[in-house]
Design a protein around this ligand. Sequence first.
Ligand SMILES: NC(=O)C1=CN([C@@H]2O[C@H](COP(=O)(O)OP(=O)(O)OC[C@H]3O[C@@H](n4cnc5c(N)ncnc54)[C@H](O)[C@@H]3O)[C@@H](O)[C@H]2O)[C@@H](O)CC1
Ligand SMILES: [K+]
Length: 481
Amino acid sequence: MSRYPTVAQIRAAEAATGLLANGVLMGRAAHGLASAILNHLRDTGGVYGRRAGLVVGSGDNGGDALYAGALLARRGVAVSAVLLDPAKAHPGGLAALRRTGGRVVVEFGELDVLVDGIVGIGGSGPLRPAAAAVLGAARALSPSATVVAVDLPSGVDADTGVVNEPAVRADLTVTFGLPRRAHVLAAPQCGRLVVVDIGLDPGAGRDAVLQSLSDAQVGAAWPVPGPFDDKYRQGVVGIVAGSAVYPGAALLCTGAAIAATSGMTRYAGPAAAAVVDHHPEVVAVGEPEEAGRVQAWIVGPGFGTDVDARARLRTVLAADVPVLVDADGITLLAQNPDLLAPRSAPTLLTPHAGEFARLTGAEVGADRVEAVRACAADLGATVLLKGRATLIAGPDDPDTVLVNEAGSSWAATAGSGDALSGIVGALLATGLPPALAAAMGARAHSVAAHIAAGRPGAPIGASALVAAISDAIRVLRASGA
Ligand SMILES: NC(=O)C1=CN([C@@H]2O[C@H](COP(=O)(O)OP(=O)(O)OC[C@H]3O[C@@H](n4cnc5c(N)ncnc54)[C@H](O)[C@@H]3O)[C@@H](O)[C@H]2O)[C@@H](O)CC1
Ligand SMILES: [K+]
């Protein structure tokens, strides 16, 4: 489990050490930052004589960069620094840099490493024009220089992960004590993340709302058949998806559900013939009323928004079992929010940003974590908001929002959402709590996309993703073994 505290929580954890005022924490941060840069230089040709440029802002983030620069200079790195506001540059850090032979310059020469010490957790909004100009000139002169962000890339909001352009895009981000929300919400902007131990209390970050499951946790919790299980005991999932004209969503959703667990998969809808054709293990009928018992329903992927779809949604939501509502089902639900009111079994909604706006009547906005939490509380349902960082909130636990950072964007392809609902719905039918089922499903989905794309990666369709689900589960289960 990783936890991502807010800036306020990080500042409180730092203050609790009692080591803020005397500069001990900054010293540890600078050491960790310098080691990460030295490791990178060693891996790419050596340390001595390499060139590092520091872009230094007016706060402690700049202080970290200056002290780390001094340590690099002591190891033979040629260090230069551009001070964005010379009068406010961290005095101790600046003195240390000067003592070790680091130079203050107005513009950089060619560089191997460009260090962003502009702003950290005290930052807000985009890079100011002067900072953007310095970075732009450095990038133009040294396009292959490695960009190292101190704490987080400047211009990226630490709590929301919003990238306020112009912002730094880093190859490596070195942070201190605990990861910030931005590191998972804006992971592609951060590059590789190194978390330096600065001696925070071991319990620091326990109060963080935003959390992610490790691969090992997902693998260990994945339901597999036990010695006395039969097809019914492992959960029967019922799927209402697709249409006679567009059977694709039905095929992808059922294919994913079949791969996700060993329980039974039922299908109810107008694509029954095509589903059985492709997936002979599915028991398929025309309408949900005709299906036998299920432990969870999936309703909505590609099933249209006409009067028949509306009737099927009504039928499924009237059942006293967990229901996952996706895609067209969410659009219909947005028009008939009263359908959720009588439900006592869990409901799980899996909107993308557009469906979320339809559902709530407002755009997701900058603070995605708060948006998903508020939506879950308002609707009394578990909500999975799709994206590169997928967020999951339940209605009963306002102190937990789960996040799955996909690690790649290969899953951004048509039909990928149908596969996600198939996996999550099958997990829901096994009896897993909705938020856990959603987070586990999201993780397996992104691992499957990664496996299907291969290395160095090639575009995939959703069918390839579905075909890789079994391998993804193997990878997740092996990671905990
Ligand atoms: N407090 C501590 O104990 C530690 C702090 N550390 C470092 O200190 C950083 C926080 O330092 P500060 O609180 O001084 O804040 P920052 O250095 O992040 O920001 C400094 C100031 O820059 C101004 N500013 C805000 N947005 C800006 C923008 N877009 N462009 C230009 N200027 C902007 C603000 O006035 C802000 O207070 C952390 O991110 C971390 O790098 C580390 O040394 C570890 C220990
Ligand atoms: K920074």
